[in-house]
Design a protein around this ligand. Structure first.
Ligand code: ZN
Length: 271
């Protein structure tokens, strides 16, 4: 599943190239997770001012309105002047004066939704519950600790919920908890201030590094230029159950938490 770094890498791969483009046509394939929310023809003639990101949503800010684009479980974007013929899994295309933006999404959990403005009810429904951005100034270690004090769920579940800090998905939650030496099953409100600060730093580091490396190579991910990232290759624990911990040699353990796999080292993450 594309996580925040993959979405950010995708954004950077086409944001500059599409900025200023005018929309010629919209083509939809099979239904995505949610309907577009406007007539396709209504977008014709509008222009793409910029591409920003909120959590795992890409925001195509238009001269009037905004398109919120989510990659879902298996989505990836391509943007180029000429693309190969459209395939059966290409369910959204934005043809512009600068090229075509295409969403490829075999499982169709992705979505493209039009909203009149970011503060409209439509946008608020999708973006309203999101926590602070981990890679921006608003993510503060003390505020993070205070927020964790109010949660009794396992720390990994709290990270995945995304309402304290957004975009720390399954891979990066496992990796950040390893880096901070915290057991993923520990209750969030049991984290001391110094440990919360270590986790805060680990989240920032792991996401920053992943963005720098170009996102992970998970199945369907490729940036809009078609390059694969390679973060997964040097994961400490994620996907490494049974293999020796890269720090202490103890076999990495895998458990299920809320229907998701969690990986950790029983020695490096004692509690
Ligand atoms: Zn270890």
């Amino acid at each position: 599943m594309p996580e925040l770094p993959e979405v950010e890498v995708t954004r950077r791969s086409f944001a500059d190239r599409i900025a200023g483009a005018s929309i010629l046509r919209v083509q939809m394939g099979k239904p995505l997770r949610w309907p577009l929310g406007c007539e396709e023809a209504a977008l014709q003639g509008r222009s793409v001012v910029s591409v920003t990101r909120r959590g795992k949503y890409l925001l195509l800010n238009l001269d009037r309105g905004v398109l919120l684009l989510h990659l879902g479980m298996s989505g990836s974007l391509q943007f180029d002047q000429v693309l190969p013929a459209r395939g059966v899994h290409d369910h959204f295309e934005l043809l512009t004066s600068r090229g075509t933006l295409r969403l490829h999404d075999p499982r169709r959990f992705g979505a493209v939704v039009y909203a009149d403005a970011l503060d409209s009810a439509t946008a608020a429904k999708l973006l309203g519950g999101l926590g602070v951005e981990p890679l921006e100034g608003g993510f503060d270690p003390l505020a993070f600790h205070r927020a964790l004090q109010l949660r009794r769920s396992a720390i990994k579940q709290v990270l995945l919920a995304g309402d304290i800090v957004v975009g720390v998905g399954n891979i990066y939650a496992s990796e950040a908890l390893f880096m901070a030496g915290i057991r993923p099953t520990l209750r969030a409100d049991r984290l001391s201030k110094p440990r919360a600060a270590r986790l805060h730093m680990a989240i920032v580091q792991v996401l920053t590094r992943a963005v720098a490396l170009g996102g992970s190579t998970l199945r369907d991910f490729s940036s809009a230029e078609g390059q694969s990232g390679y973060f997964q290759l040097d994961a400490f624990v994620y996907g490494r159950d049974g293999n020796p911990c890269r720090v202490c040699g103890t076999p990495v353990k895998a458990i299920r938490q809320g229907q998701r796999s969690t990986f950790f080292c029983t020695t490096c993450q004692k509690n």
